[in-house]
Design a protein around this ligand. Structure first.
Ligand SMILES: NC(=O)c1ccc[n+]([C@@H]2O[C@H](COP(=O)([O-])OP(=O)(O)OC[C@H]3O[C@@H](n4cnc5c(N)ncnc54)[C@H](O)[C@@H]3O)[C@@H](O)[C@H]2O)c1
Length: 320
């Protein structure tokens, strides 16, 4: 096992914590090691495309943190390289592997909800801006704010449970209300901060997504906002013709002969469930089919680009 980390102190800390014997300040050196088959890339987003493409060209399988790249153009280049090098490329979409998401999908597959026609995803942090003045809060390095950081996961859950990725149009509105006043910071991220840097990403966003099938998705995300403390910050609700599902944790809302009931799923992991990283390793070793094909990851990035275009223009953007 090896680590490539350009910051000496953080390299020492990570090596000690995870008992990693080989450490490189320059990631190219790591990529030159013939006994390394696969890498996880968890660097700031603006480095993802170059690092992933170089790793794939060095014949490494790649597990790439979300968001996969600054924009869909860069993301498509990564996907093309994985294809031409015949390497496994998996983008982190961890919520697909969550046991409650898996149970929700099993209930939908069993026909327990009827057709799901609408999904609502929300992640409204009260104070969760990742380190104001770091790469996270500069668009040129992160690609965007809370819509990129939080919204993409909500969108992924909705599309996974819809079993559909054909988006027709999107509409969005973004807000920047707290970060530029140095308010609403959380404790995500470790790397350097420069308070003089302009905060030019959104710390709030709402979006409406219309699917080709006629289904709809609404997203509400905030890195910072005055969200009521007695309500949940994070969740995905699925509205079906026969029943509803509410995650996380999973609840099944359904009719009974004399009213309605809510079934709570507190425990239980489906037998086939595995986490994302194990899935990546299995796919790389055994040529198994990915549950998160790179083409679907690329589609997520395309929808994200369309959401920013819609927010900038104030108009619906058509994808289909
Ligand atoms: N922090 C989270 O909870 C979280 C969750 C999901 C996804 N992500 C994603 O993971 C990625 C990393 O996020 P983070 O919060 O860990 O960021 P971070 O800034 O805390 O850490 C990034 C690390 O990359 C190192 N680095 C920068 N340039 C390098 C280079 N050229 N070679 C080697 N190392 C280099 C930095 O020194 C730093 O230690 C981002 O794409 C982010 O969106 C983070």
């Amino acid at each position: 096992m090896a680590i490539a980390e350009s910051h000496a102190q953080r390299a020492r800390e990570a090596s000690a914590r995870f008992q990693i014997s080989r450490s490189y300040a320059d990631y190219h050196e790591l990529l030159e090691q013939p006994d390394i088959d696969a890498v996880t890339i968890a660097t700031p987003t603006y480095l993802h495309a170059a690092m992933a493409i170089e790793a794939l060209k060095s014949r490494k399988h790649v597990y790439l943190e979300q968001p996969m790249a600054l924009n869909a153009k860069e993301a498509a280049r990564i996907v093309d390289t994985a294809k031409s090098m015949k390497r496994v490329l998996m983008v982190a979409q961890p919520w697909r592997f969550n046991r409650h998401t898996q149970l929700a999908r099993a209930l939908i597959d069993r026909g327990d909800t009827g057709e799901i026609y609408h999904a609502r995803g929300y992640w409204m942090k009260r104070a969760g801006i990742p380190r104001i003045g770091s790469w996270y809060t500069q668009k040129q390095f992160s690609g965007g704010g809370c819509l990129t950081d939080l919204g993409i996961h909500l969108l992924d859950i909705a599309l996974y449970l819809f079993k559909e990725s054909d988006v027709l149009t999107v509409s969005a509105q973004t807000h920047t209300r707290f970060g530029q006043r140095n308010m609403g910071e959380g404790d995500i991220g470790r790397s350097e901060v420069d308070q003089k840097k302009t905060f030019d990403v959104e710390d709030g966003a709402v979006a409406v997504i219309r699917m080709k099938s006629g289904r709809s998705i609404t997203l509400e995300t905030a890195w910072a906002c005055f969200h009521p403390p007695d309500t949940r910050e994070f969740g995905v609700e699925l509205f079906g013709a026969g029943a509803g599902l509410s995650l996380f944790p999973l609840r099944h809302l359904r009719h009974t002969l004399d009213g309605s009931e809510v079934v709570h799923y507190a425990n239980g992991k489906p037998a086939h469930a595995e986490d994302g990283l194990h899935h990546f390793v299995t796919c790389a070793l055994d040529s198994k089919k990915l549950q998160t094909p790179p083409e679907e990851s690329l589609k997520l990035r395309k929808v994200l680009d369309a959401l920013y275009a819609a927010a900038a223009s104030g108009k619906d953007v058509r994808l289909g």
